[in-house]
Design a protein around this ligand. Structure first.
Ligand code: GLN
Ligand code: ZN
Length: 765
């Protein structure tokens, strides 16, 4: 019989129980026992649910109170020195110290760095290592959870751990750089000890997650895989090596050859490699086909999957296992509790719980043949057909419009240097902000009341206009040069646009963990995208009517809308992105028509959409940049286009950033002390740059002097006439007590700098 298993289940809870329990604990309202008991309740519920769905092996240790990579660092005793002796704390408290920046005594220290888990929107805490470090088993969490599952009567459990090489690959040096592979011996030895202990608990299978095998790996790392796994083969348990998030490509033979008992492949991202692996796998090995999409929310096309599996099943027999493509951490928990979607849309979707049912149905169909699994399969086929043919998805008008796309639509009238003189004139070192101002409790209440019908349209308009008037006045008093309307009407920079565009749907409970207790609720981009009506024009027009200063229009760009949504899987991403670009282009043109002469198109998520493999970057960047250019390309030379990005790693994508052809780019740099601007200098970036001069993530009020120093560093790399002065990012998470003095100091820094440069005219080159 086919074995069904799961790589991991979302731990946050279908009502985000874990989030609320964590936050109560952190506020000091709950005891650790209360938190642990909520956590144990979730684990028990999730195991039972998976058991009832018919899984043959249940994942254990996929649960985490904060992050599974951090848990693994604690398991291995890899704790950066600045945290002191965390050994005296519970696993949970030690994890919170690292994640939230407290040492063992409770003093503030730099928190562990957080970064994106491969190409997902989940963030892990980066392990930090030092030369000569020795590992040893330093946490009981893993073993406790195995015993806990056992005590609940779950015999067939499969502990899940980040594999040694992936964990090491994701780590960084605590201080001075060194070759992390030097630590491999001690690391593998400790993993060996862990596997021993799991065996002693009666565990038969252990899943080691090695998604790093979907990356471009240097030769030494490939060798390290061989040597590490040949040492681990001595362990008295069976190892399932889990790869996911992409094809193995040049690592395929390596992965197939490693002396483990089973190999899991992401068959959604690498369908072609499934039969290839079946050819290459030695006869003793299990091949686990990750056949249900763990990264997206669409119902699986079971008929198609069955056709793929049939020959494999014939060849491999019971050596073929079935699973989701990756951990289900990346999808919402349960469609059944969803109330925000209509029945038709729901019939096209599957969240974590439904994905397990799909697996079970596949198993049944494999056993009985398609005829034997009757109504459930028939229902699946009907849903797939109805989605394929639905007029809610396919809009002939949108498709016709795409046909009219021509290269000149992605092209501004003239190059930057020629169009600059016709744009607004500004003092040297113009000051601006990135868009949002503090989202006060009153603003959020007004939005909520409006949504719930407690505040009527007119009342809401009045509240938002009052807000706009107030922030315009504040900005004029502060002396900022290019103003913003403050984005009070926006709950979220993606949701706000998605809600007004055709083709998007929003869930009420479709939460996915982003980091720690934080969750996001990505929109579902299910159909052809169009813009029924202007989305931001009225707010911007009103804001501009209040001031003689230029008012920046503010839009979220196509690539960011794309990268922060669950996307339709029935057409290439590039095409979906182009549809978004055309819809936003109309908004840009409407803004221009209404008298807005500066328009910012935020692309916060452009970089994070980069494919895992370098070879795929060019293609992605081509269509991503093209989409941005389609959005911006229709305006007159005299309209100044800004873009904003929340990062500063531009070295390897500088050409693409320049190709976006924005007149001004504002970026995050304050935390890197402007050094990352080297990329702009070395590339001779042609247009204007606003490197953030203060960190909006911190509550500290930046001092004029500090910002001046940063600006001087920036001036070593950017010509004065192309340098803007602005914070790192939007200010919506801050309060006015912080924002006002911060901006006052920032404007003062610009003024002082202008004095130093007095006499020099602002001169576009
Ligand atoms: N305009 C947005 C804001 O100011 C940009 C946010 C972002 O880039 N993350 O909030
Ligand atoms: Zn930002």
């Amino acid at each position: 019989m086919t074995t069904l298993h799961n790589l991991g289940f979302p731990r946050i809870g279908h009502q985000r129980e874990l989030k609320f329990a964590l936050e109560r604990y952190w506020r000091g309202e709950d005891s650790l026992e209360e938190l642990e008991s909520t956590a144990a309740g979730l684990r028990a519920r999730h195991w039972e649910l998976q058991q009832n769905a018919g899984l043959d092996l249940l994942p254990v240790n996929d649960f985490s109170l904060y992050d599974q990579v951090l848990d693994n660092s604690l398991l291995l005793g890899a704790i950066p020195r600045r945290f002191g002796d965390l050994g005296k704390h519970s696993h949970a408290d030690a994890a919170f110290c690292i994640a939230r920046g407290r040492d063992a005594e409770g003093n503030p220290v730099a928190a562990g760095e957080m970064t994106k888990w491969f190409d997902t929107n989940y963030h892990y805490i980066v392990p930090e290592l030092r030369p000569g470090q020795r590992f040893r088993i330093s946490s009981e969490k893993l073993f406790h959870e195995v015993s806990e599952a056992r005590a609940l009567g779950h015999e067939a459990v499969k502990p899940v751990l980040p594999g040694p090489l992936t964990w090491l690959w994701l780590a960084k040096a605590e201080e001075e750089e060194f070759d992390r592979l030097e630590l491999l011996d001690s690391l593998v030895e400790t993993y060996g000890g862990i596997l021993q202990r799991l065996a002693a608990l009666g565990v038969a299978w252990v899943q080691l997650d090695e998604p790093a095998l979907a990356l471009d790996l240097p030769g030494e790392w490939k060798q390290a895989y061989e040597s590490a796994y040949s040492r681990l083969r001595a362990a008295p348990v069976k190892l399932l090596l889990a790869t996911y998030f992409g094809p193995l490509q040049d690592n395929l033979h390596l992965a197939a050859r490693l002396p483990v008992d089973g190999l899991h492949l992401d068959a959604v991202r690498a369908p072609g490699e499934l039969p290839r692996l079946a050819d290459h796998m030695p006869a003793y090995k299990i091949l686990s086909a990750g056949i249900i999409d763990g990264r997206n929310i669409w119902r699986a096309d079971l008929k198609k999957i069955l056709a793929t599996l049939a020959p494999l099943r014939q060849r491999l027999g019971d050596r073929l296992w079935l699973a989701p493509s990756c951990s289900l951490l990346h999808v919402p928990v349960d469609l059944a509790s969803e109330t925000g979607l209509d029945e038709e849309l729901k019939s096209w979707l599957a969240f974590a719980v439904q994905k397990l049912d799909e697996l079970a149905l596949l198993k049944q169909c494999l056993r009985t043949g398609a005829e034997g699994c009757g109504e459930l399969l028939a229902e699946n086929i009907r849903a797939i057909e109805s989605r394929r043919l639905s007029s809610r998805i396919h809009d002939p008008k949108v498709q016709q419009r795409l046909q009219t796309l021509s290269p000149d639509m992605a092209q501004r009238g003239s190059p930057y240097a020629q169009r600059r003189p016709s744009q607004i004139s500004l003092p040297l070192f113009p000051t601006t902000t990135i868009g949002s101002f503090p989202q006060t409790a009153e603003i959020r209440r007004a939005r909520r009341d409006y949504r719930l019908g407690r505040l009527d349209e007119a009342g809401y308009q009045r509240r938002m206009r009052d807000e706009i008037r107030a922030v315009v006045e504040i900005q004029e008093t502060l002396g900022l040069d290019v103003l913003v309307h403050g984005e009070a009407e926006r709950n979220d920079m993606v949701e706000y646009f998605g809600e007004q565009l055709q083709g998007f749907a929003f869930t009420r409970f479709g939460w996915v963990q982003s980091y720690g207790s934080r969750c996001v609720k990505p929109p579902i981009l299910f159909g052809d995208v169009s813009r029924p009506a202007p989305m931001t024009v009225e707010w911007s027009r009103y804001a501009q009517s209040l001031t003689d200063k230029p008012m920046k229009g503010m839009l979220t760009g196509p690539v960011t809308l794309l990268n922060w949504s669950f996307l339709r899987d029935d057409q290439p991403r590039a095409l979906t992105c182009r549809q978004l670009a055309l819809a936003l282009r109309d908004e840009v043109l409407d803004l221009e028509r209404t008298g807005i002469s500066v328009i910012q198109i935020d692309e916060a998520a452009l970089r994070e959409g980069l494919p895992l493999r370098k070879a795929d970057w060019r293609n992605y960047l081509n269509w991503a940049v093209e989409s941005f250019r389609i959005t911006a390309g229709g305006v007159r030379d005299s309209t100044q286009i800004h873009t904003h990005m929340c990062y500063s790693e531009f070295n390897d994508i500088m050409a693409a950033i320049a190709a976006m052809d924005a007149d001004v780019i504002t970026i995050e740099t304050s935390r890197s002390r402007m050094e990352l601007l080297d990329a702009f200098r070395d590339f001779h970036y042609p247009a204007e740059i606003g490197p953030g001069v203060y960190d909006i993530h911190s509550a500290n009020i930046p001092r004029t002097q500090d910002m001046l120093e940063l600006l001087e560093k920036a001036l070593e790399r950017i010509p004065a006439e192309r340098l803007w002065v602005n914070p790192d990012c939007g200010l919506k998470t801050r309060n006015w007590e912080e924002v006002k003095p911060a901006l006052k100091n920032m404007v003062e820094a610009a003024r002082r700098l202008r004095k130093q440069y007095a006499g020099k005219e602002r001169m576009p080159d």
